[in-house]
Ligand binder design. Structure first.
Ligand code: ADP
Ligand code: MG
Length: 144
């Protein structure tokens, strides 16, 4: 999968499969920012991605906890850090909970929902995935 392309999905299952596939192109140290409205499929995508890394524990939206850390079953990548900024009231909260310390660590992948809210705190070269709600269950997922 190229990380510069656009995909269209028509169900949560498809978006999950896309996330799983995307896991295959990630390297330790990568930080991925997910953009898009509520219900666009970001958490669904993260579920698939976690599956791709062999995460056992069910991935829930960390809207209430802000950050979930998952152990993976991957050779090089030991942890998947899932951050959801939906309820974040101040970007500095990310720093307060120690989230920034996970960025760029070679055995960790960090994925951030609502990346638009914390853009200035993310590393310069973070990967971006944009989710758009189309008609009905169709979603446009753009990598870029
Ligand atoms: N193509 C699709 N991709 C992802 N989710 C879809 C799709 N079609 C319908 N859905 C539904 O939309 C919702 C997406 O929720 P979620 O992944 O939590 O979004 P977000 O994290 O962006 O708020 C789910 O209820 C899912 O079943
Ligand atoms: Mg979500």
């Amino acid at each position: 999968m190229s990380t510069r392309q656009t995909a269209y999905t028509t169900s949560g299952t498809e978006t999950k499969a896309l996330g799983k596939k995307f896991a295959g192109v990630l390297c330790g140290g990568d930080v991925v920012g997910l953009f898009g409205d509520l219900g666009a499929g970001k958490t669904t995508f993260v579920k698939g991605l976690a599956q791709g890394f062999g995460v056992r524990r069910v991935v829930k939206s960390p809207s209430f906890t802000l950050m979930n850390i998952h152990q993976t079953k991957h050779r090089g990548i030991k942890q998947l850090v899932h951050i959801d900024c939906y309820r974040l009231t101040n970007p500095n909260q990310l720093e307060e909970i120690g989230a920034l310390e996970y960025f760029g660590r070679k055995d960790i992948v960090v994925i951030v929902e609502w990346a638009e809210k914390v853009k200035r705190l993310l590393p310069k070269k973070f990967l971006k995935v944009y989710f758009n709600i189309k008609k009905g269950d169709e979603r446009e997922v753009r990598f870029g």
